[in-house]
Design a binder for this molecule. Structure first.
Ligand code: NAD
Length: 364
């Protein structure tokens, strides 16, 4: 279902929209509204096509990720805008695993990009810290580590049971995310990269991380590099987050760190993420889940989805439009034109309307 009138424009970028479940559908509706406002009348247009993959579809006909989905996405689209998946009616979360983890692995989206930017000092739980102190990017390896699903259970449910979960680290996987971190730092003029692992205890898998980091860093002598064990890094992130600009780490540590980062910058409602394979179709989503308890009530904060849309515009080479979205969100936060989680009084739709109007009025 095309959502944009510019569907046939020759310079259109094609966006697959997967709203998913719960508040995913509400925040993505607002993100698409703001994207349309930001690109209206521009040379490069966005062409949106919506897919109904989520709990409703799974419960009605058993479909999670259709068999042809990955090929269709690769062939016909430039980017994916994703809401969230998860529904109390599907306690196994099967559809969510198939759709989101399936897309991350089948599209080989090996970079999980999570910018952490504090817009207003009042939003961080840290005392006496402001926007200059909390401004860094977490790059999480997104396809390997403990999340590959290798392992098993033996004598399950008995007093002798054993559970094994393998931590898979390949030279190719580790090297490409570390290299991406240095390239990202260079491209964004962020002069510091910190790699974090637990190589003192995980002496096989994380020794590989440490060794490859020390080899790759020599090729980037213009960038300051640092290695910290993960336990030291979490302490330092709370004590003095201003030390960090780019953090690169494995799948598990990145998952945990990025929720810490989200809280340092104002909570889940504001946090965006990109699941990226450079130069290929990539997926952009807010960090939060489907939040069933607030779904359908016009309470969800759409800013994380709008900031994820800005990451998508960066990926599509539309950096000035991305900046327009970021500027709108920064202004809204400073002027308290926000949903209740950030101290404002607007609903999801009204917050989206405010951003759309702002980008329309402030068109460069
Ligand atoms: N990427 C994803 O699709 C994704 C990520 C995380 C969780 N989930 C799924 O979402 C479901 C709910 O998970 P959860 O409750 O642990 O996490 P959640 O992120 O959905 O919600 C956690 C808390 O944060 C609040 N919150 C989250 N997003 C918000 C927003 N935009 N505005 C205002 N408040 C917001 C919620 O009210 C809730 O109290 C589960 O099924 C889970 O598996 C999906």
């Amino acid at each position: 279902m095309p959502l944009n009138s510019a569907a046939n424009s020759s310079s259109a970028k094609r966006v697959a929209v997967i709203p998913g479940d719960g508040i995913g559908t509400e925040v993505i509706r607002e993100a698409v509204k703001v994207l349309k406002a930001a690109t209206s009348g521009r040379r490069t247009q966005l062409e949106f096509t919506e897919f109904d993959w989520g709990a409703e579809r799974y419960l009605s006909d058993g479909t999670t990720l259709p068999p042809e989905a990955v090929e269709t996405l690769r062939r016909d689209f430039d980017a994916i805008l994703f809401g969230a998946v998860g529904d109390p009616r599907v306690p196994s979360n099967k559809h969510a695993a198939d759709i989101l983890l399936g897309l991350r692995s089948k599209l080989d989206l090996y970079v999980n990009l999570r910018p952490v930017e504090l817009i207003d000092a009042g939003l961080t739980p840290l005392r006496d810290r402001g926007p200059n102190d909390v401004n860094f990017v977490i790059l999480r390896e997104n396809t390997e580590g403990l999340y590959v699903g290798m392992g098993g259970q033996f004598q399950r449910g008995t007093s002798h049971e054993v559970a094994v979960q393998e931590d898979v680290n390949t030279r190719k996987g580790v090297e490409r995310i570390i290299r991406y971190a240095f390239e990202y730092a260079r491209q964004h003029n962020l002069r510091r990269v910190c790699m974090s692992d637990k190589s003192n205890a995980l002496t096989f898998g994380h020794e590989l991380w440490k060794r490859i980091f020390s080899q790759v860093k020599d090729e980037y002598s213009d960038i300051e590099s640092r290695h910290l064990y993960i336990d030291t890094l979490v302490m330092e992130l709370v004590r003095d987050p201003g030390q960090f600009r780019v953090i690169v780490t494995c799948n598990l540590f990145g998952d945990i760190l990025s929720d810490l980062g989200a809280q340092l910058a104002g909570g889940l409602g504001l946090a965006p993420s990109g699941n990226i394979h450079p130069g290929r179709i990539s997926l952009f989503e807010p960090v939060h889940g489907s939040a069933p308890t607030i779904a359908g009530k016009n309470l969800a904060n759409p800013f994380g989805a709008v900031l994820a849309s800005a990451l998508m515009l960066d990926h599509l080479g539309m950096e000035d439009r991305a900046e327009a979205l970021r500027k709108a969100v920064r202004t809204a936060v400073r002027e308290r034109r926000t949903t209740a989680d950030l101290g404002g009084t607007l609903g999801t739709r009204e917050a989206g309307d405010w951003l759309a109007e702002y980008v329309t009025k402030n068109r460069a």
